[in-house]
Structures are given as structure tokens and as C-alpha cells.
Design a binder for this molecule. Structure first.
Ligand SMILES: Cc1ncc(COP(=O)(O)O)c(C=O)c1O
Length: 471
């Protein structure tokens, strides 16, 4: 019997880069079931020796296979086949969950902290729901009755009020997360040629939704206090503005918290110029003493809230606050698009709120975010970082001689990921040399610290090497 590794060879007439040729051959073997689901691929060193190529080349081939979603890697263990033939359903559900690539310290995404605590609280909540078999039918019925839905809305609204958001059930709709709320607003409250203003850097989801819906974005400057209102005034003196999108709390990605003065000026401008404020509260944390724009100009504001960062992003649960005519329009839009959010899901969230689990998770998360911010400030002392507790990320402005692209690729070669400024650019102006570092990635505190130390080492090295792109 031939050793499987013998099947990998570089053809003399190969025209692909070597790593690509190797990846292509593995793809063929995997798809022909010669390497089957969960089978380990040859060890890197062995394969490099067999092919007579550099270790980096086979590493690159395996990353290529990972990006094709064919394999996954386990730290210290190797690379395994993830792909399986469609329709091959002989595995149990738990086998179908592929662990994320834990060899990478991923600080590029805002995900969930406290995975263990969260898992336990979610499990307990599901066990409590499972005890209520009579109500389970109601929770999952196609037309869930009012006496199930209304109390849940009350519970969620109370939770939001405790967090400093003025929610009332008569002005609240449930969504599949803030992103869906954003999409609904752009689709049903705004039109094709409307002028929608954002900061030059903003949450990428608005750009994606705007582009899908054929809405164009116009940008204004921003600084540590949020949107530059004078720049907005200049724009308003020249043209009509239909909507302004803001993330007033812990702005994504700049981390700015909008000051009270700016909130007041923005609310005043909205009244005078009759534009809509889209207030994205997906990253809101409990009371910071600053009023929401929604509480200042409810008739001209839509507030988007989310449980993604509090309970779990994969639950896909958020709310949209709208008043008067906007509420009525959004309610019709909701019905036409998805009838309702699953009452099963809202039952789970409501249970976690009533039981105190949501508050426990939020409190622990707040502590952990504060701790991580402090750790970051200590480790990256002397570099230009901004972040406010308990926000979800840091903004690191790179020293002038470092280009973001080369910084990101150096970090990648050390298995650390952060998000480049260009991912947040809303227009075509050049991206600042900066990166966003997530404080809330699903990495352990130990790995978080390790990731920051690697970031610091790379920054320090850049001061010594001439090996960086000069910009
Ligand atoms: C500013 C902002 N808005 C909206 C979202 C999307 O939230 P959701 O998961 O509720 O759709 C995110 C996600 O991180 C975000 O950062």
C-alpha cells in the first residue's frame, strides 16, 4: 500500500506557485475522499521534506486549504479535514462543530468574552425552558399568542431601561440583531437618492447594507468626541441631509464617546433640518450619564439595540425603537419581511433577564473589559492608543514609518490578527495608518495578553529594523 503522502508531488509542468499546486492536490484528494472528514493531513515538516520545499511553502498551502474551508488546525496537534460530502449525515451534531482555529490570537473581531460562563448560563436557561413543556408549544407556535409575546417585550424593555435606554413596548420592535434594524431603516425609511451621513470611519455593516440597497453615504470628519458637528453644519449649508448615522457610545472603530454638547447640537440640527438620526446602540453599555439621542428627539430618531454583546451574537436578537409614524412604518416593514423574531429566542432571552443571568454576564463582562483596557494601556504605554472603559475595542494609531498593511502581515506571521483601518473607511479617502484591536475577542485573558505583547514587540522591532514599508 502506498503511503498517502506519496500522492502529493509537484508535476514537472506545474505552472502554479508551489503552495497553490500542493493545495490543489490536497483539495482533489479530499474531495475524492482519499482524505476523509477529521483525518489528519501529513505533518508540515514531513511534507516539506517529502516535496523538498521550504516549511513556509507547505504552511502556506495548508493556510490556503483553511481559507478554502477544507481543513482546520488544532494547536499543537496538526491540520485536519473539515470538508465532508454533502448529504453525509452519519455524524452526530456535536461532531459537526469544528473548533475555531485556536492557533491564532484573533483580536480582529468583537465577539464574546466569558465563553465558559456564557455557555453555562445559556445551558441553564435552556434547561429551565425545557421544564416548561406546555409553554414550549406556545413559544414555538407560528402565531405566538399575546400573553407570551407581551410579557417578553415588557421584560426586554425593562432590561433596556435599566441599561439607560428609554424603551417602551409601544415603540419597540424585535429584530435579528442591530444589523437587521439598520437594513430595515435604510430600506424603508430612506430612499435611493437620500443623503445619509456617517463619520469617515464607521461600522462596516452600514456600508454593506447601503451598498446592497443602492444608498450612498456622505462622510464628515470625526474626532475623539464623535462626529464633527461643525463639518456637518457646513454640509447642511450646502445641501439637504436625510439621515445621520452615529454610534455615540464607544464608537466602532474610533472608540469615541459623543459628548453631551455634541449630542445637544446634533439633536438641534436634526430638528432644524428635519433629518433622521440612526443611533446605533449595539455597543451600548449601562448608564454613563449621557442621554441617548432617541430620548432627545424621539420623533426623528431610530435607536438600534442588540443583545449580541450581552447574551450571545449567534442568538441574533436586537430591538429597534421608533416613535409615531416611523414606528408604524417599521412595524409594517417587519411584518412584510419576517413576521416576528422567534418567540422561542425571546423566551430564552427573557428567562436570562428574569433569572439575573443577563445582568451577571453583563457585570462580569464590564469588569473584564475594564481589566483588558487597563492591561492594554500598560502594555502599549507610549503608543498612540485610545479606548474608553467599558468599550469593546482599542484604536491604535501606528507610528508614522509603519504602513498598516505591513504591520498586519507581520502580526499575522506571528499568528495575531487585528483589523485594519481601511475595513472601516466609508469613502475613498486614504485610510489612516491605524488598526482596531478587539478587547472582546473570544480569546482567553492569557492569550489576550500574549497578543498585546506580540503587538508591542512588532512595534518595537519596527523602530530598529529598516524592514518596514515607509509611507
Ligand atoms: C456599531 C455596531 N453596530 C451593529 C453591529 C451589529 O450588531 P448585531 O450583531 O446586533 O447585528 C455591530 C457589531 O459588532 C457594531 O459594532
Amino acid at each position: 500500500m502506498t503511503n498517502k503522502i506519496e500522492k502529493i508531488a509537484i508535476a514537472p509542468n506545474n505552472t502554479y506557485p508551489i503552495y497553490m499546486a500542493v493545495a490543489n492536490q490536497f483539495e482533489e484528494l479530499i474531495k475524492n475522499n482519499e482524505y476523509i472528514y477529521n483525518e489528519r493531513l501529513p505533518a508540515l515538516r514531513l511534507l516539506a521534506e517529502h516535496l523538498g520545499v521550504a516549511l513556509d511553502t507547505v504552511k502556506k498551502a495548508y493556510s490556503e486549504l483553511e481559507s478554502r474551508q477544507l481543513v482546520y488546525s488544532r494547536v499543537g496537534s496538526g491540520t485536519y479535514v473539515k470538508w465532508r460530502q454533502a448529504g453525509n449525515a452519519d455524524a452526530t451534531l456535536s461532531e459537526t462543530f469544528i473548533p475555531p482555529n485556536s492557533s491564532t490570537i484573533d483580536l480582529s473581531l468583537n465577539e464574546q468574552l466569558l465563553l465558559n460562563e456564557r455557555g453555562t448560563e445559556l445551558g441553564n436557561a435552556m434547561a429551565r425552558l425545557a421544564q416548561q413543556s406546555a409553554r414550549l408549544n406556545l413559544m414555538t407556535s407560528y402565531q405566538a399568542p399575546e400573553h407570551i409575546i407581551q410579557p417578553q417585550l415588557d421584560i426586554i424593555a425593562r432590561f433596556m431601561n435599566d441599561a439607560g435606554i428609554p424603551a417602551t413596548t409601544g415603540e419597540m420592535l424585535l429584530t435579528s440583531g442591530a444589523q437587521q434594524g439598520l437594513h430595515l431603516v435604510l430600506q424603508y425609511l430612506l430612499n435611493q437618492n437620500d443623503v445619509i451621513v456617517t463619520g469617515k470611519l464607521a461600522y462596516p455593516g452600514i456600508k454593506q447594507a447601503a451598498s446592497m440597497l443602492g444608498r450612498t453615504l456622505t462622510t464628515v470628519a470625526q474626532d475623539a468626541e464623535g462626529l464633527d458637528i461643525s463639518d456637518l453644519e457646513t454640509l447642511l449649508s450646502k445641501q439637504t441631509v436625510n439621515a445621520v448615522y452615529i454610534t455615540p457610545e464607544y464608537d466602532n472603530p474610533t472608540t469615541a464617546v459623543m459628548s453631551l454638547t455634541r449630542r445637544e447640537r446634533l439633536a438641534k440640527l436634526a430638528r432644524e433640518h428635519n433629518f433622521l438620526i440612526i443611533e446605533d446602540g449595539a455597543l451600548h453599555m449601562p448608564p454613563n450619564g449621557l442621554p441617548s439621542l432617541y430620548s432627545m428627539v424621539p420623533e426623528q430618531c431610530i435607536y438600534l439595540f442588540s443583545f449580541s454583546k450581552i447574551l450571545a451574537g449567534g442568538l441574533r436578537l436586537g430591538t429597534l425603537l421608533a416613535s409615531g409614524r416611523n414606528y408604524r412604518r417599521m412595524a409594517v416593514a417587519q411584518q412584510s419581511q419576517y413576521w416576528m423574531v422567534s418567540p422561542f429566542l425571546t423566551s430564552l432571552a427573557s428567562d436570562m433577564i428574569l433569572n439575573g443571568a443577563a445582568k451577571r454576564l453583563l457585570d462580569k463582562q464590564t469588569d473584564e473589559l475594564q481589566t483588558r483596557l487597563q492591561i492594554s494601556k500598560d502594555i502599549l504605554q507610549g503608543y498612540s492608543i485610545s479606548g474608553s472603559a467599558p468599550g469593546y475595542h482599542l484604536w491604535l494609531e501606528l507610528p508614522q514609518h509603519i504602513s498598516t498593511d505591513s504591520f498586519i502581515s507581520t502580526l499575522k506571521s506571528h499568528s495575531v490578527e487585528v483589523a485594519p483601518a481601511k475595513a472601516f473607511c466609508m469613502d475613498n479617502s486614504p485610510a489612516p495608518q491605524a488598526v482596531r484591536i478587539s478587547l472582546a475577542g473570544s480569546v482567553s485573558t492569557e492569550n489576550f495578553i500574549r497578543g498585546l505583547e506580540i503587538i508591542k514587540e512588532c512595534l518595537e522591532d519596527s523602530e530598529q529594523d529598516g524592514d518596514w514599508s515607509i509611507i
